[in-house]
Design a protein around this ligand. Structure first.
Ligand code: 9MR
Length: 452
């Protein structure tokens, strides 16, 4: 954190007091009640981290708005602050969605991450199709930053000033800015942003820089050189658009090396995509992946926190961009929290889903000389579940050989079964049953089953 200004933490604490009542009210809503014994934002705050999400302004009502307000203490406009959104025609501005998101954040005691000022994508066509001298381009960049950062001066905690400046091999991306102004556009943009809002933390943000690789090393060398030159740079954003099962093993080490340079690190756009359809095995892997990313951030003091790039699968860029891929966020399309949600909560010191009002009952339905068929019924009365997991110990050498309507694994005497992709939801007053075949010899006592 920079020391010349009140830290983000101090500013957050000031607004969170006012937010507590709002958060408590909203978590009582039907959809989130099962999800959040303690909202993610409160768990994160207790760990001195922030927990954010990208949002779409037009959706910030109903369940989407309730969850965004109750679970997160940091918002990033997914598209609303991009140049193409705010100045589609030269000199004609549209701030409606950006203003709305900032107002929503302030009403919910949340910080906002501005996104983004100097990028090669989602620029207005008048800008990209124009012919500009270096002097004109330089003026356009300065004016845009002065106007947009100035508009929200004192209200945004951070800005992704420069977005995605590198190619995969670590060379500079050939963009409007690089081609017209050389590498100097980066220092220029940062300097202009600092002048327009001295209190905002200024970041460079990129993807495929989560693990140590050529692109990330280029970013590291750039930040080092900017620091040495006294250019205002406060942090590095690791976007983290990840693929199932592929969290880089060097993530924590990489966060640490930036921290050691004297800058903050934020995970800015986390999502973890999978090949559709999702199933319980993939969702369990995704939960483990989310937890690994959270753990890496929690482990490094200068990692300020994690923002997910959309919190629900109904508001994610993945299916449009990667056909056949999706289910990348912590909530499903109907706003039910997925295993990834609970993994985030657990990494922040919280617990898994509450099973209050629900029970699991084990019975043997048939038995023969070496084998048996058993079943477990999960029933809810006064509670509900959006996913479930049951476990027990086979104390007499029994062994599961086959299961249906659940995925069961046995390790030694310990059995664990999780819901299939289609039967995780148990409504209040409803029940779900799964079955299995097992082997036995000697005796086949009924074990005690734990739901959790
Ligand atoms: O989520 C954004 C999506 O709605 C847009 O269509 C897309 C266009 O490029 O940009 C998405 O957000 C991007 C972010 O601004 C920068 N990093 C990559 C994100 C995913 O493309």
């Amino acid at each position: 954190m920079r020391t010349s200004r009140p830290s983000l933490r101090v500013r957050l604490t000031a607004v969170l007091a006012g937010a507590a009542a709002v958060g408590a009210l909203l978590t009582a809503g039907a959809t989130t009640a099962r999800a959040a014994d303690v909202p993610l934002r409160d768990l994160a705050d207790a760990k001195s981290k922030v927990m954010g999400t990208a949002v779409t302004g037009s959706k910030l009502t109903g369940t989407y708005g309730d969850i965004a307000g109750a679970q997160f203490n940091w918002l990033t406009p997914g598209n609303a602050m991009k140049w193409g959104s705010v100045e589609p025609t030269r000199g004609t501005y549209n701030w409606a969605e950006a203003d709305q998101i900032v107002a929503f954040a302030e009403a919910h005691g949340q910080q906002v991450r501005g996104h983004t000022l100097a990028w090669h994508s989602q620029n207005p066509s008048w800008l990209t199709n124009g012919t500009w001298t270096s002097a004109e381009l330089s003026q356009l960049l300065n004016d845009h930053i002065a106007l947009e950062v100035g508009r929200y001066k004192g209200r945004l905690a951070a800005w992704d000033v420069v977005n995605e400046p590198f190619n995969e091999d670590g060379t500079y991306r050939q963009t409007l800015w690089y081609n017209g102004l050389g590498t100097g556009y980066i220092a220029q943009a940062l300097t202009a942003a600092r002048a327009a809002d001295p209190d905002a933390e200024l970041y460079i943000n990129d993807y495929n820089v989560e693990g140590v690789n050529a692109k990330c090393t280029a970013l590291y060398n750039l930040v080092k050189s900017l620091k040495e030159q006294g250019v205002p740079i406060d942090g590095v954003g690791l976007q983290a658009h990840l693929i199932l099962g592929q969290v880089p093993s060097t993530l924590q080490q990489n966060i640490q090396r930036f921290a050691d340079l004297g800058v903050d690190v934020a995970i800015t756009e986390l999502d973890i995509r999978m090949t559709l359809p999702s199933d319980s095995t993939k969702l369990a892997q995704q939960a483990a992946d989310y937890k690994a990313v959270m753990n890496a951030c929690v482990a490094v003091t200068r990692c300020t926190g994690v923002t997910v790039w959309g919190f629900t699968d109904s508001d994610s860029w993945i299916p449009d961009t990667f056909p056949g891929q999706g289910a990348a966020t912590p909530y499903d399309e109907n706003y039910a929290p997925k295993p990834a949600y609970y993994a985030i909560a657990e990494a922040l010191g919280g617990s898994g889903p509450s099973t209050d009002g629900c029970t699991a009952t084990y019975s043997v339905s048939s038995q023969w000389n070496t084998g048996f068929t058993g079943q477990v019924t999960i029933a809810c009365a006064g509670g509900s579940l959006s996913s479930w997991k049951v476990g027990w110990e086979f104390g007499a050498g029994q062994q599961i050989t086959q299961a249906w309507n659940a995925t069961c694994t046995q390790s030694g005497t310990a059995v664990q079964c999780v819901n299939a992709s289609y039967n995780g939801t148990v409504a209040d007053g409803g029940s779900v049953t799964f079955g299995f075949n097992g082997s036995w010899s000697g005796s086949n006592p009924v074990p005690t089953v734990a739901l959790g």
